[in-house]
Design a protein around this ligand. Sequence first.
Ligand code: RRO
Length: 313
Amino acid sequence: MIESFKIGDVEFKNRILVASGTFGYGDEVPDLVDISKLGGVVTKSLSMKPRDGNPNPRITETASGMLNSIGLANIGVQKYISDKLPVLKKYDTKIVANIAASSVDEYCKVLELLDAQQRVHGFEINVSCPNVKEGGLSFGTDVKLVSLITKELRQRTRKPLIIKLTPNVTHISEFARACEAEGADAVSLINTVIGMAVNIHKRTPKIATTTGGLSGPAIKPIALAKVYETVNAVKIPVIGIGGIVSWEDAVEFFIVGASMVQIGTANFINPATGITVAEGVKKYCENNGFDDVGRLVRTLQTNKTISIVDSWL
Ligand code: RRO
């Protein structure tokens, strides 16, 4: 059974990653979780300077998901390199550094610092944070800026370059096409969906910034539709993210066309979710006659002539 998958020159041992912001910096793994069983860990978003993030409350639970407005709180890239990266050498898994920034120049500088680190195997570029005023969605909803960021970063690294896209646009496939045209190795989607929740007793928003990013099972159908749209628009691999809590959820993403998947919000309930998903996907493939997980990818049977999404492409 072949479970591994290559992006650029980097081979991930399986197609399951843990998503940015849901697994810290990869250094505080609970004893019960053997992260060497994961394809890789995507770090919390890193910016040049440390950031405190948004005021509290910045997380609230909703019916089938979580609303967050963390606001890019992080220790800054230099502290990550000095304090966190050395701890990661004991783990046999790939480390994908997620980068967020408020200018093209900042993206470039953070990437250059991390590119020099042997233990950083690749990059996921966050152009899709819904909770900061500068950068974030103001970049990720402008296709010209997404192109420019991809082009500038491509010139600065040979390691895998993955651009993480927002669902808060009309046609996510246009953004994926721009990333592909500028040399990205893959796109990952979706980041969180803009959402809101209200305290009816105080008549106030439940999170300080009024709106936040919705994640968890509530967004899985949205994510599947965005992945479907994207895999029909580009040739580069698409990494599916959004509401995966079980191996069955991951199998849906592979059938639709995701080449890899990331586990996000489920890690807050059980940080070992990625491992059970990897085992379940492997068993499903064995039981259904796929000798490589890749053979499952994009096996969806659709009638393209009546599919609404296909008419956009
Ligand atoms: O930190 C956040 O508020 C945050 C980020 Br950077 C992101 O990319 N997505 C999200 O839902 N929250």
